[in-house]
Design a protein around this ligand. Structure first.
Ligand SMILES: [Zn+2]
Length: 324
C-alpha cells in the first residue's frame, strides 16, 4: 500500500486550558502532536488562527501525497455540532454564540467538522477502543465533573440543540449533595472527584490513614487520597468509596436501562480508583439495572487515555468525509 492509499485526518481537542492537535491515520496512529494554551479570553478568532498554525505543523508531518480527509475538532461544550456554535460554554468564556468553523475552514482550506468532546470520546471507543464496531455505546467521564457521550444505533446522540449526553445531572440520591448547577443529588454532585473529596471532608474524624495522607488538614483531601486510604483499611475512606460505587452504579444502571448499550466505557481521573473495586462496581451496576442483562454488564475502563477525544475528532472527520 502506498502512502496515498492511507487516509489521514487532522484532529484537534479544545479544552478550557489547552488545545491539542495532531495528524491521525485511519488506524488511529498519531503523529505531529502539538499543543497551545487555549486562552479563550483572547477571543475565538485568535484561538482559531493559532489552532490553524498548529494544524499546519501537524499536516507537515504527513507523507508526501497523503490523503487528508479534513479536520475533526473535539471541544468542550455545550455546542451545536452542525454549526460548531457554542451555547454558554462555562470553560470558554466569551465564546457564546460563536463558532470557529468557517474561519478554521478558510485558513486550513479543508472541511472542518466539530463535535462535543464526550460524544467524540464515545465515537472513538467504537473505532479504536475495546468495542470496535459497537453500535450502541455510552462513554462516561468521571473527573472534575461527570459527563457523557452516547452512540445509539451507530449515530451520535446530540439532542435538539447539542445538549444531549449530560449524564452528570442524572439524579442518583435525592436530598444529598448538589453540583455547581444546583441540581439535587445528581451523579456529578455525588460521585465526581471533588464530590468524593467533599463527602470525605464532611465525615472527617482527624485520625486514620486518610488524616495521615491529608497531613491532618481536611482541606487537602482529594478523591485519590480517599481511594488510597481505603486500600489501607481506613474505615471512613472505605465507607466513602462504597457510597461512591453505589452512586456511580445508580447513574450507570439508569443509562443501561434507557439505552441498552453493548458497552459502557468509563474514563476520567476517578477511574483509576474505581478500577481497584471493579468487581464490586459491576455487581452493584447489575443490581441497579433491569434483569435483562442476565447478570453480565459490559462495563470497561477506557484504554485510550488522554487521546480519546483526539481520536474521536479524527474518527468524526473520517466518518463525515465518507458522507460528502
Ligand atoms: Zn447536577
Amino acid at each position: 500500500m502506498t502512502s496515498s492509499n492511507i487516509q489521514f485526518a487532522l484532529a484537534a481537542d479544545i479544552g478550557g486550558t489547552n488545545i491539542r492537535a495532531a495528524l491521525v491515520d485511519f488506524e488511529g496512529r498519531i503523529t505531529g502532536r502539538g499543543s497551545i494554551n487555549t486562552e479563550p479570553e483572547r477571543g475565538i478568532d485568535d484561538t482559531s488562527d493559532r489552532l490553524a498554525k498548529l494544524l499546519q505543523a501537524a499536516k507537515a508531518t504527513a507523507p508526501v501525497g497523503a490523503n487528508i480527509v479534513g479536520v475533526g475538532v473535539s471541544t468542550a461544550g455545550p455546542i451545536r455540532p452542525a454549526t460548531g456554535t457554542y451555547n454558554h460554554p462555562p470553560n470558554l468564556p466569551g465564546w457564546h454564540d460563536k463558532t470557529m468553523k468557517p474561519r478554521l475552514s478558510a485558513s486550513t482550506n479543508m472541511n472542518v467538522w466539530v463535535g462535543h468532546d464526550a460524544t467524540l470520546a464515545a465515537l472513538a471507543e467504537t473505532r479504536f477502543g475495546d468495542h470496535v464496531g459497537a453500535q450502541n455505546l455510552i462513554y462516561v467521564t468521571i473527573s472534575t465533573g461527570v459527563g457523557g457521550g452516547i452512540i445509539a444505533n451507530s449515530e451520535m446522540v446530540t439532542g435538539a440543540s447539542g445538549g444531549a449526553g449530560e449524564v452528570g445531572h442524572l439524579s442518583v440520591r435525592t436530598g444529598a449533595y448538589r453540583c455547581n448547577v444546583g441540581c439535587d443529588g445528581c451523579f456529578e454532585g455525588n460521585a465526581s472527584g471533588p464530590a468524593i473529596a467533599r463527602i470525605a471532608r464532611d465525615r472527617w474524624t482527624g485520625s486514620g490513614a486518610l488524616a495521615e495522607l491529608a497531613e491532618g488538614d481536611q482541606e487537602k483531601i482529594t478523591s485519590r487520597m480517599v481511594f488510597d486510604a481505603a486500600d489501607e483499611g481506613d474505615q471512613l475512606a472505605q465507607d466513602v468509596v462504597d457510597l461512591t460505587i453505589e452512586n456511580v452504579s445508580i447513574g450507570l444502571g439508569a443509562l443501561m436501562n434507557v439505552f441498552n448499550p453493548e458497552a459502557v466505557v468509563i474514563g476520567g481521573g476517578v477511574v483509576q480508583g474505581l478500577q481497584r473495586h471493579w468487581q464490586k462496581l459491576q455487581k452493584t451496576v447489575i443490581e441497579r439495572s433491569l434483569p435483562g442483562y442476565g447478570g453480565t454488564i459490559p462495563l470497561t475502563a477506557t484504554r485510550l487515555g488522554d487521546d480519546v477525544s483526539l481520536l474521536g475528532a479524527a474518527q468524526l472527520a473520517f466518518r463525515q468525509a465518507r458522507r460528502l
